[in-house]
Design a protein around this ligand. Structure first.
Ligand code: COA
Length: 445
């Protein structure tokens, strides 16, 4: 069976930065550690005036195509995952293809284009679509371009305002991939939930605390489904666990739940039993309340063990390095978590070929998906080409007043003009609107 998976990745961050402990916390009159320690976030990325979901996605895709020496003929699908779309009919992928056609000879007329929507999980669903298309033998030797692009803005004053972010991840899905092969086994946890939604509005209606509970509940269902599908979940089987990262503090919670679940009935649970006892089993309790209290006690003890702390430091913490600096990228978040972990592995000369990742995606509304990925031989060379650290360093550091202007500039209802903070170079930029209110783009040298 031919391996199918991610052959190349490019990441593009919005060029502006809001420093959360230094700039945001003082104005909100809050302790900076709420952000750095509580949410686990240091900064959010924002798009400059000439940037949006199309430019960020097109710029990531362009860089990917250039680096891999691809032409439009090599691409048979362009799927864009986003929850920041500005049009209910015309997909963002057509805009991105239009941008790319400005700089390539040839066109994408024979590429199937679409737009996937299911909150933050849509990026992973687009990977699935590409995987299935190739596995079905419909790709005629071509690859798929999957682009997860979002500007995650919340209404000013919403608790979610601290977790904003903007950026795009472009991924090339091919046969015999260079970075990871996706597993056939996958598990789903999906239910009709009202935790976060945008009923024809730009800024989300969100029940933040509820969304955190739903994240955990659906992830657990997906993990059980993955196990039913034959997937392995022993912590020793996986080097990294990239999860959807709305903010690192969410993943810290998810990590503890995942560890508890996956050590049950394993050698690790037995080893820990002398120190903290075995995990409470529901059958041993008369009522649910008593069982839940026992679980909470076990979780507190588990969190303090060396085994858990070591697992978290090695398996989960390396996935959060980019996210801490850029905030929530919605559909792209789980994909920057994977890249962050592999970058860490490259920096630490870890031998990764053949090793596995357990990837957990989530989208509000709500659905979680779990699958495994096997790292392929060319991973290190691919990861070495990423420029995200440099991009993060080069962002313009906004004052609070500038942040307010930028938020207004990207508010679809306001149409505010604002001077650029940075100078575009060799990239696609937003230039205005046409007669039918379509957005127009140019490539600037
Ligand atoms: N030092 C250390 N930690 C601190 C702190 C301080 N000075 N002040 C607060 N914290 C901790 C809190 O204890 C909390 O951690 P905990 O949940 O482990 O207890 C964390 O920082 C956040 O503080 P909280 O008061 O809960 O923040 P909030 O009420 O402003 O809202 C969210 C947090 C996540 C609900 C909000 O940002 C949100 O709505 N986000 C959007 C929705 C989202 O991303 N959902 C995730 C699932 S997709």
């Amino acid at each position: 069976m031919t391996a199918v998976g991610i052959d190349a990745i490019e990441i593009w961050t919005g060029k502006l930065k809001l420093d959360l402990p230094e700039t945001f916390a003082p104005v909100k009159d809050e302790d900076p550690e709420k952000y750095t320690k509580g949410l686990g976030l240091y900064a959010s990325s924002f798009p400059d005036s000439y940037e949006d979901i199309v430019t960020m996605g097109a710029n990531a895709a362009h860089r990917l195509m250039e680096r891999k020496g691809l032409t439009p003929d090599d691409i048979g699908r362009i799927d864009v995952a986003t929850e920041s779309a500005f049009d209910n009919s015309k997909p963002v992928s057509t805009y991105i293809a239009g941008c790319l056609e400005q700089v390539y000879d040839g066109d994408f007329h024979h590429a199937n284009k679409g737009e996937r929507k299911f909150a933050c999980i849509a990026g992973t669903q687009s990977l699935d679509d590409a995987y299935n298309w190739i596995k079905a033998g419909r790709n005629r030797g071509r690859s798929a371009l999957v682009i997860a692009t979002d500007t995650a803005l919340y209404a000013r004053g919403d608790p979610g305002e601290a977790t904003q972010g903007a950026g795009a991840v472009a991924m090339l899905i091919s046969e015999d991939p260079s970075i990871v092969e996706l597993s056939t086994e996958q598990g789903y946890g999906s239910a009709d939930e009202t935790d976060f939604l945008k009923p024809n509005q730009q800024f989300p209606s969100v029940d933040g605390k509820r969304s955190m509970q739903v994240y955990l509940a659906r992830m657990r269902e997906a993990l059980e489904d993955f196990e039913r599908a034959g997937g392995e979940t022993h912590p020793g089987d996986y080097v990294f666990g990239p999860y959807h990262t709305p903010f690192p503090g969410m993943v810290r919670k998810a990590g503890l739940f995942a560890f508890r679940h996956t050590i049950r009935d394993t050698d690790i649970e037995e080893e820990l039993a002398a120190e903290i006892g075995r995990q409470p089993r529901e059958d041993d309790y008369d009522d649910r309340e008593a069982f839940e209290e026992a679980i909470r006690g076990y979780m507190d003890d588990l969190k303090a063990t060396d085994q858990y702390q070591e697992w978290y430091a090695n398996t989960i913490d390396p996935t959060l390095r980019i996210s801490r600096e850029v905030g929530n990228w919605y559909t792209g978040s789980v994909h920057i978590a994977r890249a962050s972990a592999l970058q860490y592995a490259a920096e630490n000369d870890m031998e990764m070929t053949g090793k596995k990742l357990l990837v957990g995606s989530y989208g509000s509304g709500a659905q979680a998906e779990i699958h495994a990925e096997t790292v392929q031989e060319g991973w290190e060379e691919e990861l070495d080409q990423l420029s995200i650290d440099e991009q993060i360093r080069n962002r313009h550091d906004l004052t609070y007043e500038e942040y307010e202007q930028v938020h207004d500039r990207h508010n679809h209802d306001k149409r505010v003009e604002l001077e650029d903070f940075t100078e575009p170079e060799n990239e696609f930029v937003f230039v205005g609107r046409g007669d039918m209110d379509e957005r127009t783009y140019e490539y600037v040298e």
